[in-house]
Write a protein that binds this ligand. Structure first.
Ligand SMILES: [Zn+2]
Length: 73
């Protein structure tokens, strides 16, 4: 699959039965998009996606990777 932030070739790391998507990008690192934010993330501009990932990264805390949620936009 393609990274939705930088358009690099990325891996789909989504576990089965997971509400959302986990994307492994060689440039952006691993990040998760919550199921509830997926539509919004897809419709967002490239700049908005990039900003959302930055916000998610700053909110990451002890999680394994940033999670993009609606509050990140
Ligand atoms: Zn990327």
């Amino acid at each position: 699959m393609q990274c939705l932030v930088c358009a690099s070739a990325a891996k789909d790391l989504t576990p089965p039965n997971f509400d959302g998507y986990v994307i492994g990008c060689p440039t952006c690192g691993n990040y998760e998009v919550a199921g509830g934010a997926w539509d919004r993330f897809q419709k967002a501009s490239k700049q908005e996606r990039c900003a959302a990932l930055d916000n998610a990264a700053s909110l990451k805390g002890v999680a394994r990777w940033p999670t993009i949620k609606n509050i990140c936009f």
